[in-house]
Design a protein around this ligand. Sequence first.
Ligand code: HDD
Length: 702
Amino acid sequence: MADDPLYRPSADTQTTTDQGDYPTEPGSGGELHQRPGADAPRMTTSQGIPIADDQNSLKAGERGPTLLEDFHMREKIFHFDHERIPERVVHARGYGAHGYLEITDPIPELTSAKLLSEKGKKTPAFVRFSTVAGNKGSADLARDVRGFAVKLYSEDGNWDIVGNNIPVFFIQDAIKFPDLIHSVKPEPDRGFPQAQSAHDNFWDFISLMPEAMHMVMWTMSDRAIPRSFRFMEGFGVHTFRFVNDEGKGTFVKFHWKPKLGLQSVVWDEAVTIMGADPDFHRRDLWQAIQNGDFPEWELGVQVFDDDFADSFEFDVLDATKLIPEEQVPVRIIGRLVLDRMVDNFFAETEQVAFCTQNIVPGVDFTNDPLLQGRNFSYLDTQIKRLGGPNFTHIPINAPKCPFHHFQQDGHMAMHAPKGRANYEPNSWQKGGPRAEPVGSYQSLAEPVQGEKRRIRAESFADHYSQARQFYKSQTEVEQTHIANAIVFELSKCETQAIRERIVAHLRNIDEGLAKSVFDGLGLPEMPEPMKPARDPIDLPVSDKLSILKNGPGRFEGRKLGLLVTDGADAALVKGLQDAVAAAGGMVEVVAPKVGGAKLSDGNHLPAQQKVDGGPSALYDAVAVIASKDGAEALAKMHPAGMFASEAYAHAKFIAMSKEAETLFDKAGVTERDEGMTVLTAPDEAKGFVEACGQMRYWARFA
Ligand code: HDD
């Protein structure tokens, strides 16, 4: 018993904290057990009192009761009891990173915003990506909108662009937001389903809100299951205003475009990934930044004037509409680079407080009723979530420019202003700060008038035209995915009337889509089309709305899953590794044992995944390099068979050694198509990796 390091017979007899011998040679893994050195800081309570023993509570006698007097134990447990703050009511699950915005094409003629005014100017940034519906512990691959919130710490204060990876929203007026979110969250009587829109309440609400139809097309598309945060677009959604030095306003919409191109997974993969790696997206961002592959987006703006706004088919204040890039091109003005992970997840990612009302001189709001409501909600929610009005004192939320005001005191105030003046005006010498009209924030002097009414503008009445345009702009593969997703979701709804109502809406979008969903659901009769408030119009196809039409065409930033066995051809393995590295991709080695495999040249290749935990769904493309015996052994392993058959079913590009064909044959994949390469020599790997740049061999299922 005396050898047990945590056993302390009594404080009196405890003369040493030696916990025995631990191996410490480098590489032995023993470093993990190394005791802190003599210069390690002494443990204290949060009051700074040095602690002698952190293993045993203070007791009356060896086997007696614990004493209330044990201030160290009480403080430790009390603090632990209070470790949680309320999770965000939406966007609870998120992942953030630091970086910067660099201006490549300054636009001083459009805006007086200093951070956009000079070429090469860099502004520190913090970005938090998120899912919307799920709680903090939900899986990354839920079918959902992704939040794309950017905080820019400018010299004129913090500017938050709190956007999504989808350029439109479900509702037009913020007053409906609580209803929307209630409907998608777990149903209140049963507390499920978690992180899913596939249930009656959500589709009931949507079926009663025609304005949601455009956004529903997006959330049922592969946009709602991105491959990772690095391969998705971001949008400010609303129309904002730029204001220049002369006080002239223009309209603007913000875009973030991923440098590595757009990419999504397919739903079947998403389901597998949610089990195999619920942290798939955050792990991807973490790994990329740790490897020095800093993710990057272009900042683009769509700028237009009142004349365009007046002539546009829809109201630019309606957040359920976008402006096609073919109509107003996106002008690229900068690049956002994420190059540093947080030091502490709670302090930064959890406590970061984005507020749509945080804007800087040169930027202004519009009367978009969704934006106007958000400007109230975000400040309010931070006060609740972070416990009081002083959340701007938390380092991640504090401006990085000088700030001076007379706001004071309150819970957890961290600032201690000196001096007598705490009001304005005052007559004390140096009694500032003072407001200064020149160069400070000025709202655009826009005339406002109207009757006080609860009303929805007539110009917001078209709910189907852009939904139709979105659907028509997709490739055939993408259209099939949309139909399948709607069928999947509605099949989880128990109420047939809801399914019928949705099909009735779809008839206003596309008869073919309505028919596919009708067939997929097995409805008894095709419902009549929903009567639209305004008849939809046909709009031109917009290629920018498709993911597949905007694919990367290269394997950069992507991952090859390389399944190997003992005796696998070392030259082929090396050929693949080199070709992927040359293309800027990564290789993750999967093997029957996580210890790795001994290749044909006798060298040992460590693995990152055991085949059971590394399904092919985790990878953008796969290769199986096996020896004859290895392939036969793999063919008897169910997870290895799934690795092969799922890679095929998910239209992945696949390479294999001649011997590995056994695995595919036994897994039921007996055909070889152009998406599959049997590698016979290492130099063939290059061509395979080039083909992988197309991401999927969709022709497999044409
Ligand atoms: Fe919101 C969080 C994006 C409409 C109320 N929202 C939140 C986040 C993002 C968005 C990315 C997470 C920020 C973070 O990472 O901390 N929200 C949007 C977009 C919308 C939108 C793009 C429509 C265009 N939101 C919206 C409305 C309301 C809210 C209409 C309320 C009327 N949103 C909130 C909130 C949250 C939030 C309750 C929860 C946590 C937080 O703010 O900080 O205030």
